[in-house]
Design a protein. Sequence first.
Lengths: 220, 220
Amino acid sequence: MARTVFEKCDAITRVAEVFRELGFEGASLYEITERTGLSKGSLYHFFPEGKEGMAQEILADVDQWFVREVFEPLERDEACVAITRMWQAIDSYFRSGRRICLFGAFALDETRDRFAKPIRLYFKRWIEALDGALVRAGVDAVTARSLAEDIVGGIQGSLTLARALKGDAVFSRTLARLQRRVDDALSPKRKSPSYASTRNSLKEDCDRESGASGRRDRGE
Amino acid sequence: MARTVFEKCDAITRVAEVFRELGFEGASLYEITERTGLSKGSLYHFFPEGKEGMAQEILADVDQWFVREVFEPLERDEACVAITRMWQAIDSYFRSGRRICLFGAFALDETRDRFAKPIRLYFKRWIEALDGALVRAGVDAVTARSLAEDIVGGIQGSLTLARALKGDAVFSRTLARLQRRVDDALSPKRKSPSYASTRNSLKEDCDRESGASGRRDRGE
DNA sequence: TCCAATATATACCATTTGGTCTATAGCCGC
DNA sequence: GCGGCTATAGACCAAATGGTATATATTGGA
């Protein structure tokens, strides 16, 4: 019987991926052991609090990543640099729309009450950090707040659409659109409608019949 | 033993509400019987296919509602009238953000594969119908498509945010913002940044500490 | 090299799960 | 008012669930 040794951080990312695929309720311990390769023994060694503990640690881990890669830069660094960095970080984190947001997913299903606080804090901090950066970049207060909310919400919505339409082009298009909207807010001279020129064959997603419905690629 | 007689359509709306609250996996038959008042016998009388059958019929029912109240008007009626009607229908359907979208929720969790087709068709039709109406209203093709996607995705995202932040103001603000964006696309003269003047105290949602975390009001 | 500490694998357990079956309450046509 | 039929209630069941206990393999330090 081959014994594989795991690092806890590795366990966290693996289990996180299962939660992303199946949701909290849908991720049975059987599925988790099966998909991660970790036995129950290992899982309960790393997460003595069981499934709920896994979810908590995973959310904390994701949050930490966002704090480091997105929130703190937005709060601390030069605004435009931080915002540019955000677009890159988001696109890479969500794998161009193939990955969903655990906080968003948990917000919708039954788990929302159990993890309400971290979920709320995550979105609150994101919106506020972005808001602050926009203001520092010269956007007026009211517009900044609204734009920040628009962006964070828009990203979540596009992740839903990407999953629903089974295509990730919608995610890239949305990021591009939101990015343009920020640019427009920063240089209010030329007023393109902030749409148009998002040229990734818009019908692509909707028109595919069902695609590869088998195992979903899990990024890396 | 009091025996209550139910109509099937009543059963559908009740069970739908439970799925909205708990998600597909989270809605155990126990919770369903408890919250709807329908016994297992009644449930399996109405839905011989069990939970999966319930979900299918419920999705079909929701879809039907949207077809009647939103999609067909968008496809058929005078564009501006239909779009105005859409904002009202959406706001009332989602109870100003207190209710989530079953299609969106199912798209994210494990159930997505099981109900992939209706989910995809729902979003596809919504986007295309809105796209078409915008074009008929005089918006150029590329902008219309992008705007339609923006709106449908934005609504989904704001529902996630509303749940996450435990406040529905974000939903109303988003609807107002999207509505303004359509208005701007229709009358490209005055170019307000399509933000600003969304005056519902933007910090409201984020700042509350935890609020009434007990049973969520279930609309009517 | 040996031993203690630790991490893994898996058998096992009580509970809950979705689903079925039986009994019966209430409604309908007559 | 009566009898058959339908819809409801709830006991019941096998399977799956989250969680625990035990046995064992591996590691690192003395």
